[in-house]
Design a protein around this ligand. Sequence first.
Ligand code: SF4
Length: 372
Amino acid sequence: MRVNWRLINAARNSYAALFAACSLYGFDLHPVYSPLADITCYSLNSLNEPSYRDEIRDAGCITVVGGPHATACPRKVAQYADYVVAGEGEFTLPRLLAHLEDGKEGPVPGVVTRDGALPADHSVRLDAFPPFSVMKGYIEISRGCPFGCAFCQTPRIFGPVMRHRSIDAIASYARRYRDVRMVSPNALAYGSDGRRPRLDKVGRLLASLEGNVYFGTFPNEVRPEFVTGEALELIGRSCANTRIAFGIQSGSDRVLKRIGRGHTVADGMRAVELSRDHGFTPVVDLMMGFPFETSEDEEMTLDLIRWVVRSGSVRLHAFIPLPGTPLAGTVPRPVSPRAGQILGRLALDGRLTGSWLDPATRFSSLRADTSL
Ligand code: SF4
């Protein structure tokens, strides 16, 4: 049985992880640019899913779809795909492939079809699966998040309990890189329950790594209240990065409370100042366009942006009502023309990056697709 993997740039890390996981069970995922027999697997997020829907529906082979979008609305995806892997794929995908190879019938835990669904019966222990093998990818060091930010799919996909890869396993995969980049929802939460930092464990992890280690910056950003002097000194001693990236998400405490961020604007500003005082450039993620954002909230976020860019930079994102989140199906508030002009000027100066205009156009198809 030949199993193919549809190459999609946004899913290259999923390919690395699932290639490695499926290899453990004797399945190679052959890279393809169009669906081919016997089986073609896809990993889709909610932004690229509309581009692949027709291809999957018209495929002349068995199709298996996973990823954040499939996990958020599996029944919708099962209307055009043969099998939907809802949730973590490392164990479920090879289990489904073995089921198909053996010609078995009936449901597979964690898989949704037009005929029904069986909930997953496990959660993945990171050390049980390599982060990558011959297809290289980032080293995922932690999974899950105890925070429930209303715009974010992460805790809905991976659950609220943080799991961590062991230091020995991370160090052994890191040795294959000169530049070591890891994936985590909050790098400074490594080894902890996600709420109370364990800098002793972060320190042991960093001490075990060789090469140029990038920690607390893309793709393992941190939460602002985890940015402390002690944490920054640790990163400064052990790592190559000169930037620290964290989300504040809004300049309005009212909005932060509404989206359940679990920190205040003051926490974020403290993280900016601490980063700068320790010689790091703060890179701050912010969002605009929450459906309940008022003109006053927007002005507060603009004020925060102007303050941050004095010592760092901002990555601004338009709010997206992602399927599977509490804000799914809501309508983003357009950024005002005045704010657009200010943001445009900051972007031209190179102090602001991101995409904040017209989320309604980009995501109108999502709003029709939000039932789980
Ligand atoms: S935005 Fe970050 S802290 Fe909030 S739920 Fe998502 S991963 Fe967790």
